[in-house]
Design a protein around this ligand. Structure first.
Ligand code: PRP
Length: 190
């Protein structure tokens, strides 16, 4: 690893996949594009999907140079962890009325795409002025539904990643980098 971890050395953290400097650089690029695209359409409403997006959203929003508001939505997948059954339900809804608002949904990672597909359909039914999405990470090889991600940070291979908001069973979310995490064939941390 090329950075000091916030937690004791852990052999399950295989390697740093994206270090904090690379993340910061990409976040600034994304924020610049978004600020440019939404100039004159503000205040933009940035919608974070809990929990994974909370760190990315905080960094991204602080780099936007257009007026914006922030709200959150919490979703949960049915079924066993990592099975990607496709069933998504809302645990906590937005507090803001989104009709005629310009919306940007912010996600930490898109795997199957079921989460974004569900949420974009749900939000579209509420008649926003516009609706786009931004995902820090994307695993195109796992995609099950055809979703269009307007702003993507990094495309990554099919490996389990933790840090910068992403977890393994609620651990590692606050690592300042994105690391590969080793799981065994049963989907468990070794
Ligand atoms: C993760 C991630 C996305 C979703 C992506 O959430 O944060 O929301 O899975 O997967 P998909 O593209 O296959 O739908 P998770 O259910 O792990 O919850 P969390 O954000 O609270 O960690």
């Amino acid at each position: 690893m090329n950075e000091i971890p916030q937690i004791p050395v852990d052999k399950k953290l295989v390697r740093v996949l994206i270090d904090s400097a690379a993340i910061e650089h990409r976040v600034v690029q994304l924020a610049d594009r978004i600020s440019s695209d939404y100039a004159g359409k503000s205040p933009l409403l940035v919608v974070g999907i809990l929990k994974g997006s909370f760190i990315f959203l905080a960094d991204l929003c602080r780099r936007l140079n257009i007026p914006h508001h922030v709200d959150f939505i919490a979703l949960s997948s049915y079924g066993m962890e990592g099975t990607g059954s496709g069933a998504v339900r809302m645990v906590m809804d937005l507090k803001i009325d989104i009709k005629n608002r310009h919306l940007l949904v912010v996600e930490d990672i898109s795997d199957t795409g079921y989460t974004l597909d569900y949420l974009l359909r749900n939000l579209a039914a509420r008649q926003p002025a516009s609706l786009r999405c931004c995902s820090l990470l994307s695993k195109p090889s796992l995609r099950k539904v055809d979703i269009e991600i307007d702003y993507t940070g990094f495309e990554i291979p099919d490996i389990w990643v933790v840090g910068y908001g992403l977890d393994y069973r609620e651990t590692y979310r606050t690592l300042p980098y994105i690391a590969e995490y080793r799981i065994d064939d049963m989907g468990r941390g070794e």
